[in-house]
Design a protein around this ligand. Structure first.
Ligand code: MN
Length: 266
């Protein structure tokens, strides 16, 4: 994979104009939303006006607090929105998805799982987290609660998205584990609602709990504003690995530093 980084919308348009002359041109452009001068929305509009670039996929990296409706970005021509901080595995999956390749076939996916294994084995953070678990299946709820409490985390469990949205507004959680399929309000809608809350509430890390059958639906999780995901049945090492990645967010941890390097500052 070859990557070219530029620091402004104008520089991006210049390099895209050059690239039209030679093959291969760019397959994907990842645009930061808030940039000085020309912002990501305007840059996306200009790229979409350019017929020669019609085949290029567009991803917009935006801060949760600045999110508008996904439909708005789609109407401009973005294929996918990424909520910052963008975690590495989601970035790889998104790129694989945009390229139309099966994730399990790519070497990127292998790198990610090696990394995740290493992280899962690394000593877990001693910090006790306050976690909201939104999961309608009682067996899964119990299992996840036991895994979390074993590491000293405090867990509150709710059974649907409506309760999850209410809970994050009444208690300052460090992180939310969000089942995707729930009655009343599903995890995607609940995430979108949390992302539209005022201030810091909108930036709480949300990790999706996904059934195997839904593995192909990652774009939906991203569009809803989720940061990461864990497949069910829940693997304890992967769960703690994900918590370790996100326990410093928003703001400080290595995952965020990576996102800042990849996407520029907001
Ligand atoms: Mn469920």
């Amino acid at each position: 994979m070859q990557v070219v980084c530029v620091e402004s919308g104008k520089a991006a348009l210049n390099i895209l104009a050059d690239a039209e002359q030679r093959k291969p041109a760019f397959d994907i452009a990842i645009l930061d939303h808030m940039m000085p001068g020309m912002d990501g929305e305007e840059l996306g509009r200009r790229i979409r006006k350019c017929g020669e670039l019609a085949g290029m996929k567009l991803a917009l990296a935006t801060s949760a607090g600045l999110r508008k409706e996904t439909a708005h970005f789609r109407s401009i021509g973005f294929d996918v929105c990424l909520t910052k901080p963008v975690f590495q595995s989601l970035l790889f999956d998104t790129i694989a998805h945009l390229c139309g390749r099966a994730i399990s076939e790519g070497c990127a996916a292998a790198d990610v799982s090696d990394k995740e294994r290493a992280q899962a084995k690394a000593p877990s953070p001693s910090r006790s987290l306050r976690i909201l678990l939104a999961e309608d299946n009682q067996a899964n709820q119990l299992l996840a609660s036991v895994m979390l409490q074993r590491k000293g985390h405090r867990v509150d469990a709710v059974g649907n998205g409506i309760e999850a949205v209410k809970a994050v507004q009444s208690i300052p959680y460090d992180l939310v584990l969000m089942d995707v399929q729930m009655p009343e309000m599903d995890g995607l809608e609940a995430t979108a609602k949390i992302r539209s809350l005022p201030g810091d509430l909108a930036r709480i890390p949300i990790i999706a709990l996904t059934a195997n059958a839904m593995k192909g639906d990652r774009e939906k999780y991203l569009a809803a504003g989720m940061n990461d995901y864990i497949s069910k049945p829940i693997d304890e090492a992967k769960l703690h690995g994900a918590l370790a990645r996100w326990s410093g967010a928003p703001g400080k941890k290595s995952g965020n530093a990576l996102a800042a390097r990849k996407t520029g500052s907001a």
